[in-house]
Design a protein around this ligand. Structure first.
Ligand code: 5CA
Length: 439
């Protein structure tokens, strides 16, 4: 993509309404535009990141055997009356009336909708287990939407729902999601710690939140320092094997959110030097709630023994849009964002230090074409701007690699390759630089 053609409305000034770094940088980097309180449009750069995150989430869900569906954003109030949550959900639910005076709502989550589907079609124990997920916009009329897309009113969530014949099989479904979450967040270079959690309006008795430590997090969290040392990406899993040992390893050390925190237990179980009290951002939340929804919806299957049983269910959420902010909170400096390569909107920023100079233009065009031909995502700053402002914008939008082409280097046949994360630069012949970038 050529920057002269790209829609990238960057800003130099810090927007006064943004209280945390991710919100500031998302606005300054032209990733999002507020539409109304807690509701945002995603502009091209932000949209690319959102899609990359969504794709990682999708791949890791698919790897567990979960199957993607797409349920509507607008749901019928009757479904929610059936589960008893229509009244319980209170003001957070956006209620709508259609032209026939039917009560509808913008879904804050989809337990009811998906259970209706399972109840209609799953008629034999042989069809179990199943896990169905979708990646869809949700609406919660939060009292205090804030921090940009971190606590929005409209937000993108991945929500998966498991259906099992009995509690033991349900536990296996829960464990699969637990492990898939570890892998998902690790691929985004995030250290997400599973913490015992309260189940709130979703219900159930087994639940973990996946939390990223960050000063700007909304909740206080307490955990053992050893969590911070662990390497998850190395986790090569066979989802058909017994995952309980992995789950035990990740739940064996103290880690709890504010609501579940037990100071006495924390002091008993964690030596003083290993106690971490910090703030955290919740990027995922998983629940096991048995028959809470399957019962009212009559999601019943005949058992092999000739009886019948109500399906055991769990639900598993990931804040896809919130992750964009969480990753920035975890990875930035005073110049801007530092994208982990897996979610970067482009891999390379190509900077032409003298746009309009024939040699520089020709060299950049050639590099640009070669990178594109090799499938390397490149954003080419071909604007007739000062070098200083090109560098500032490139640092702000945080692409992992900057390839700088200037007249002086070209005389010696070299370009400069800079890592945004380490700041290290190397002068390299064009061919070598291209090779490094996979071009
Ligand atoms: N039905 C369950 C699991 S599918 C559920 O809704 N869980 S949840 O309420 O915990 O939401 C799942 C994830 O969505 C959260 O972990 C969080 O990362 C994200 N999320 C929740 N509320 C918001 C919000 N207002 N803005 C952005 N992301 C949010």
């Amino acid at each position: 993509m050529r920057l002269t053609q790209y829609f990238l409305p960057t800003m130099k000034e810090t927007p006064s309404e943004a209280q945390i770094v991710s919100h500031r940088y998302m606005l300054r980097a032209g990733m999002i535009r507020q539409a109304s309180a807690g509701i945002y449009s995603w502009l091209p750069l932000g949209h690319r990141v959102l899609k990359k995150i969504e794709q990682i989430v999708r791949e890791e869900q698919d790897a567990t055997g979960a199957q993607e569906i797409l349920m509507p954003t607008i749901q019928s109030a009757d479904l929610w009356r059936q589960s008893g949550r229509y009244e319980d959900y209170g003001k957070e639910m956006l209620r709508i009336t259609d032209r026939h005076e039917r009560d509808m709502l913008y879904g804050p989550t989809n337990e009811e909708q998906v259970t209706e589907i399972a109840a209609a079609y799953i008629k034999s124990y042989r069809q179990l287990p199943k896990n169905l997920y979708h990646i869809q916009w949700k609406f919660r009329d939060e009292v205090r939407p804030r921090f940009g897309i971190m606590r929005g009113r409209e937000f993108l969530m991945k929500d998966a729902y498991s259906f099992d014949i009995d509690a033991e099989s349900g536990r296996r479904a829960y464990n699969k999601m637990f492990v898939a979450y570890l892998r998902t967040f690790a691929r985004m270079e995030l250290k997400a710690i599973p913490m015992r959690a309260d189940t709130g309006p979703i219900g159930g008795d087994m639940s973990h939140e996946f939390i990223i430590l960050a000063d700007t997090g909304e909740s206080a969290v307490f955990c053992h320092r050893d969590f911070l040392e662990r390497d998850v990406l190395a986790l090569d899993v066979d989802y058909e094997s017994d995952l309980q040992p992995i789950v035990d390893e990740w739940t064996g050390l103290y880690a709890a959110t504010d609501e579940m925190h037990d100071p006495a237990q924390f002091e008993r179980e964690v030596p003083a030097e290993s106690r971490v009290s910090d703030r955290g951002i919740e990027v995922g939340h998983i629940f096991f709630f048995g028959e809470k929804y399957s019962k009212p919806f009559g999601a019943i299957v005949p058992t092999p023994e000739g009886g019948e049983t109500t399906m055991q269910m769990g639900s598993y959420g990931i804040g896809v849009s919130r992750l964009v902010g969480a990753i920035i909170e975890a990875s930035h400096d005073d110049k801007g964002i530092i994208w982990p390569e897996a979610v970067a909107p482009f891999k390379v920023g190509l900077i032409n230090l003298r746009s309009g100079d024939d040699d520089c233009d020709a060299a950049c065009d050639d590099i640009y074409d070669k990178l594109n031909a090799a499938g390397v995502e490149v954003l080419y700053d071909d604007r007739p701007e000062r070098a200083g402002s090109k560098f500032a914008d490139m640092d702000l939008i945080g692409l992992p690699w900057q390839l700088v082409v200037g007249p002086r280097g070209l005389k010696n046949g070299v370009v400069e390759l800079k890592s945004r994360r380490t700041g290290e630069t190397e002068e390299l012949p064009v061919a070598v630089a291209l090779e490094r970038l996979g071009g």
